[in-house]
Design a protein around this ligand. Structure first.
Ligand SMILES: Nc1nc2c(ncn2[C@@H]2O[C@H](COP(=O)(O)OP(=O)(O)OP(=O)(O)O)[C@@H](O)[C@H]2O)c(=O)[nH]1
Length: 450
């Protein structure tokens, strides 16, 4: 998700090789500034962040470790704004969310994604179709609701969105829904009529939170419109849509700081599972290429049961992650949405996000090769990859139709990844970064040979 920023941060970090090298720190901060601006992070945010990183590194003694820690702290500071993180449930259900945004920002799709996010977490969700501005919007929401299997409230005979919102809320209260998501109308640009309509809905239903869906492809305009929505109707969170199409990626890192409202979720594709929760410290971990074990486990537990997710995390931490776990994860991952984002959550694998980002699980040659290799292993070998000696490798290569070189490389890659995962998920994980960076060449992890 953040591969280009992660890559340039790595370049900045690599400028510092020795302790107390002030000239190297200068080079690193110059590189940092250049890459943040190139990523389209707001210039004010960039300036503040770079200055603070430099000060903190100097204060703690110049070195790669202290520079990485300063980056981690300062990024977390920039991404953290007063307000809720992720999805927060009200003490008195239904938690009512007003979804707002400009026309085409992805508001209706995002309403469906959020409904799906909550549904996979076993919540009873009702969506309300209050976008009466665009003719097809109600129909679109009906289709999306059917797709993610949540209930929808609409009224084709009513043309007052306030009345529809109110009736939806009554239904949600009476029928004990956990969450009510209200899709509202958008406009091509901010206008008084839209703001008045939203204010009226807000006054009538008193939502727990108002989310503003901003199109990340509009760059700094996304920040500006969010600001205006905040001033005019008050918003509690921003959801950045279409982040998958944003090659620069910096808006996500400065929008909360600029608008003063937390970024809650990011849309990373057109499919319903393509919604990522935005928790600052987890995002920072991914930005620095350290993955997000906690996020992965949380996401995983929505698909498989929580106990199993914990088991996997424990296995990773103990370095016992084996090929059976790998196959199981692979089958499950295809249900989790974008490959790029999943890879970014696995420590040590985030550098592969580039080559693997568009991977299609069913049809990918790389995955087919790995599966072929695993299917030629014995039960014991899958459970205990360390058993695989040269003669076993030859047998596996023959059985899977791969060359010995290919088998060797895949095994090595698996071993390295589990080692890194173990190291980085431990308490001293930050220290592991230094080792990880020194082990990796400029292209990240070695590619699986074709
Ligand atoms: N690639 C990508 N496309 C997205 C994402 N979110 C939404 N879209 C697409 O953006 C387009 C517009 O989305 P809608 O949900 O219809 O937009 P809207 O804001 O509800 O529009 P109005 O109802 O007209 O206000 C659709 O084609 C969506 O599939 C995303 O995160 N990534």
């Amino acid at each position: 998700m953040f591969d280009s920023i992660t890559g340039s941060l790595k370049n900045a970090i690599n400028k510092i090789r020795h302790k107390d090298d002030a000239a190297a720190l200068k080079k690193a901060t110059t590189e940092l500034k250049k890459s943040l601006l190139k990523a389209d992070i707001h210039h004010k945010t960039t300036k503040e962040l770079v200055t603070e990183v430099e000060l903190e590194t100097k204060k703690n003694g110049i070195g790669q470790d202290s520079f990485v820690n300063a980056l981690k702290n300062q990024f977390t500071k920039v991404l953290t704004t007063e307000g809720n993180q992720g999805f927060v449930f009200s003490n008195t259900p239904p938690t009512t969310i007003l979804m707002t945004g400009l026309q085409g920002s992805g508001k209706t799709t995002t309403t469906g994604k959020l409904a799906n996010y909550l549904k996979t977490r076993k919540k009873k969700v009702l969506v309300a179709a209050c976008d009466l501005q665009r003719l097809a919007a109600v129909e679109q929401l009906k289709q999306i609701a059917a797709q993610v299997e949540v209930d929808i409230y609409f009224d084709d005979n009513e043309n007052d969105p306030v009345k529809i919102a109110k009736a939806a809320q009554e239904k949600a209260q009476k029928e004990l829904y956990d969450v009510l998501l209200i899709d509202t109308a958008g406009r091509l640009a901010i206008d008084e009529e839209l703001m008045l309509q939203l204010s009226n809905i807000k006054d009538s239903i008193n939502p727990d939170e108002i989310f503003y869906v901003a199109d990340s492809l509009t760059g700094h305009d996304a920040t500006k419109t969010a600001q205006t929505f905040k001033e005019k109707i008050g918003i509690d969170g921003v959801i950045l849509s279409k982040y998958d199409g944003d090659t620069k990626g910096g808006v996500a890192l400065s929008i909360a700081h600029q608008v003063g409202v937390p970024l809650r979720f990011i849309g990373i594709g057109e499919k319903m599972p393509d919604l990522e929760v935005f928790i600052p410290d987890r995002i920072v971990s991914r930005l620095l290429g350290l993955g997000d074990i906690e996020g992965l486990a949380e996401k995983t537990s929505a698909i498989i049961d929580e106990k199993k997710a914990k088991e996997v995390t424990k296995k990773i931490k103990k370095g016992e992650f084996n090929f059976n776990d790998f196959l199981e994860q692979l089958a499950m991952m295809s249900k989790l949405g974008s490959m790029k984002s999943i890879i970014g959550m696995i420590p040590g694998l985030s550098q592969m996000a580039g080559p693997l980002k568009d991977m299609d699980f069913e049809n990918s040659d790389e995955i087919k090769r790995i599966k072929a290799m695993i299917s030629s292993m014995t039960k014991k070998e899958r459970e205990q990859p360390s058993l695989i000696n040269p003669s076993r490798k030859r047998r596996i290569a023959n059985g899977s139709g791969l060359s010995e070189v290919q088998v060797n490389k895949i095994l090595k890659q698996f071993k390295n990844a589990s080692k890194m995962a173990k190291k980085l998920s431990s308490k001293g994980g930050m220290k592991g970064l230094q080792n990880m960076l020194s082990q990796m060449g400029p292209g990240g992890m070695p590619k699986i040979p074709r």
